[in-house]
Design a protein around this ligand. Sequence first.
Ligand SMILES: [Zn+2]
Length: 256
Amino acid sequence: MHKRHALTSTSFLIGLAAGCLLGVGYPMAVSEAACPPIGSNGWHANSVVYYQTTGFTSQELDQVGGGGGLGNWNFHNIFPLSQNCSNVYFSAAPPTGQYTISTNSGYSQLKPTAPAETASNTLSGFVVSATTTFYWGAVYSGNIPAWNRDGSPGYYSFLRKVTLHEAGHTMGLFDVSGVQQVAGQSVMNGYYGTNDVGNNMPINVQQCDDDVVSSIPQYASNCGIGSGGGGCVNLCGGGGETRSCDLVVIAAAIAR
Ligand SMILES: [Zn+2]
């Protein structure tokens, strides 16, 4: 396993402010466990999010939909056995249109390394609709493809991981900065190599993710608590200040 060392350089901190989004590369070093920053308020608490998918085979859909990534979010979200305070349910039942998940054989012009991208429409900070696009032609680095749709367990696992990550954006989470990532710690980690062969991304929502979701104010009040517990301390005060929040978290990590 990759060894990690304490961060001490000020210039390193400034570099982190630019962030490191999904697919940029493997973390070089991190001082300790890092949970994702808050990116938005997420879907309204206690809401049903109706989703539709296009362009997937049935086997692929098993990894994306209710038996895969979205189903795992449901498992973590839904009261009374939930592990976070959102109570948000992703439903494949009609009416469709609120959350669209589709495929593209090319790559994102905005970010060629992204295996998928999510655009969330927010109203007063709450996600009201979203679109996730899987880019089969994304490149990890140079000519190395992000995806190898070879039908292998690793490929199907990557579909699930990427779904968890992209739906995580709609749940209010932002990418964990590349240098902060600990393999398997958060669904908001980036991938490492084709089909995430390096297993930097987990196949289930993690405690870290649940805790940050539960600290989003609307979700925290939904549980009647101030913030989520557990081992991950989220120092973000709320949505909208992701970058400065990154720096606060990093500074706290160094101080320990
Ligand atoms: Zn992302």
